[in-house]
Design a protein around this ligand. Structure first.
Ligand code: F6P
Length: 528
């Protein structure tokens, strides 16, 4: 850290963003070697194959083209020989038209009232990205103004408690339900959709569905079968992975309903700016590439299995949960893209909380326990500045004091000698010693507008892709989520037959049988 040349070479600026990775445990030579590793793993070719629409998601035989979702109207991005950008813009134009109608009140509900509240039903990628962006924009002054009088809520969990929380205080007469599901088969989403359909029809009659329920899906046949008018369905495509779908109608529809399409367009532009940077910038200046390589360095070479995502911004409180899915569902794999067992571990355990909340929670472990590479994300200009007369600094400066202090505390630590000089008693010296040399990186955003939120999203999406490309895995499938779903089907069948015919649990191991029996005997769920 005392080598200014080294530090200077580890700072990168792009489109208002400043990345400082000088607190990584890497020398200039390390970076050269990581760039050689990128070359050896054919990173350039793999990125090109992604942008060219090749079927790089080989186990699902699909292209990976979320970059097309935010491409400018005149761009040409092909999947299976066809330019997909016009299709993308057809849907965006349809969203603009529909959201304008809802927001202006020209589209009304079954009883003639404007629809001012929206519940978006969806889970995983059909939930976390839109929730992150919504939470980030909620306090942006421009977004706040455009959302006046409107509410956007998200129903994800099949826990009926989540339904109760979502509908609490809402009136079906003034509520629009958006069912978001790539497959339109996800058990949680479909049961929640049926539950809210019941909520609407019980109050307003069956015909109200046409006015109060719309859908976002790749499976328009199932949307129609569910009873939603296909004219009120917003399509996306199999070349959009669920966790990469926030820039499709999955995010754009609910967010446009809440904030207006022009606000969401800014978000798409921010993401697109990073796409262009990622595609065309030499690796030594390419932010997602550098971040991806450093993550590979931390996981595979230094053996650190986790990564903490620490935004010093309450508006980014849902960023870590979103990146958990983007990163862990993408890179938590056990075999190479060719199906060979990997001789090393991939992916990292992502977690995080906004600073300074995390400081008063799990930072103890990060400072003196395990070594966890940290991403510190700071914002120059607060969305909601506060300055109290007589205080030493503004509230945002107070927050940012922590953003600047924590990386150095981790990097330098505190030695026993320093403690002795401070006359700390001998028995406390081991407890108060900080080993230091703990890696972090700092990303400073000029402000947190829709545009910056788009930038941040795309940086992390591409970083995860870079890691997967270097590790030689398929970051775009998710077979690991299937087994649990199959086993849940067996349990569902058992619960049904136990409730309807009183049959005892059968075909499960001792542990599950005991738990099921206890649940059935003591639960107050209605007998079907
Ligand atoms: O179970 C995991 C998963 O398939 C995710 O990959 C996906 O984002 C989520 O479920 C929701 O799927 P869908 O949008 O099809 O309802």
């Amino acid at each position: 850290m005392s080598d200014a040349n080294r530090c200077q070479s580890m700072m990168m600026e792009f489109d208002g963003l400043l990345l400082d990775y000088s607190r990584q445990r890497a020398t200039v030579e390390t970076m050269d070697k990581l760039l050689n590793l990128a070359k050896a793993s054919q990173l350039t070719e793999k990125i090109s194959r992604m942008f060219n629409g090749e079927h790089i998601n080989s186990t699902e035989n699909r292209s990976v083209l979320h970059v097309a979702l935010r491409a400018p109207k005149d761009a040409v991005i092909k999947a299976d020989g066809m330019n997909v950008v016009p299709e993308v813009w057809n849907v965006l134009d349809k969203i603009k038209e529909f959201s304008d109608k809802i927001r202006s009140g020209s589209w009304v509900g079954a009883t003639g009232k404007p629809l001012k509240d929206v519940i978006a039903i969806g889970i995983g990628g059909s939930f976390l990205g839109p929730l992150f962006v919504h939470t980030a924009l909620q306090t942006d002054p421009e977004a706040l103004e455009s959302a006046k009088g409107r509410q956007l809520r998200f129903l994800a969990n099949i826990d009926p408690v989540d339904v109760a929380r979502n509908i609490s205080g809402l009136n079906p007469e003034t509520t629009l339900v958006v069912v978001v599901s790539k497959t339109f088969t996800t058990a949680e989403t479909m049961l929640n959709a049926r539950t809210l359909r019941e909520w609407i029809t019980a109050a307003l009659g069956a015909s109200a569905v046409a006015k109060h329920m719309v859908a976002v899906s790749t499976n328009l046949a199932l949307v129609e079968k569910f009873g939603i008018d296909p004219n009120n369905a917003f399509a996306f495509w199999d070349w959009v992975g669920g966790r990469y779908s926030v820039c499709s109608a999955v995010g754009v529809l609910p967010l446009s309903l809440q904030y207006g399409f022009s606000m969401v367009e800014k978000f798409l532009k921010g993401a697109s700016s990073i796409d262009q940077h990622f595609q065309s910038t030499p690796f030594e200046k390419n932010i997602p590439v550098l971040l991806g390589l450093l993550s590979v360095w931390n996981v595979s070479f230094l053996g650190y299995p986790a990564r903490a995502i620490l935004p010093y911004s309450q508006a980014l409180e849902k960023f870590a949960p979103h990146i958990q899915q983007v990163s862990m569902e993408s890179n938590g794999k056990g075999v190479s893209i060719d199906g060979l067992p990997l001789p090393f571990e991939t992916g990292e355990i992502d977690f995080g909380e906004p600073g300074t909340n995390g400081q008063h929670s799990f930072y103890q472990l990060i400072h003196q326990g395990r070594v966890i590479p940290c991403d510190f994300i700071g914002i120059v200009k607060s969305q909601q500045p506060v300055y109290l007369k007589g205080e030493v600094v503004s509230n945002h400066d107070e927050l940012m004091s922590n953003f600047f202090a924590q990386p150095d505390a981790l990097a330098y630590g505190k030695t026993p000698e320093q403690l002795q000089k401070e006359n700390v008693s001998e028995n406390l010296i081991p407890h108060k010693t900080f080993s230091g040399n703990r890696p972090s990186l700092s990303l400073l955003l000029p402000e947190l507008t829709a545009y910056n939120v788009g930038q941040l999203l795309a940086i992390y999406e591409h970083r995860v892709a870079v890691q997967g490309f270097v590790w030689g895995i398929n970051s775009f499938d998710q077979w690991g989520v299937e087994l649990g779903k199959v086993l849940a089907t067996q349990v569902r069948k058992q619960l049904h037959s136990s409730r309807t015919q009183g049959t005892a649990p059968e075909g499960f191991n001792y542990s599950t049988t005991t738990l099921l029996k206890r649940y059935l005997e003591t639960s107050s769920e209605p007998q079907m």
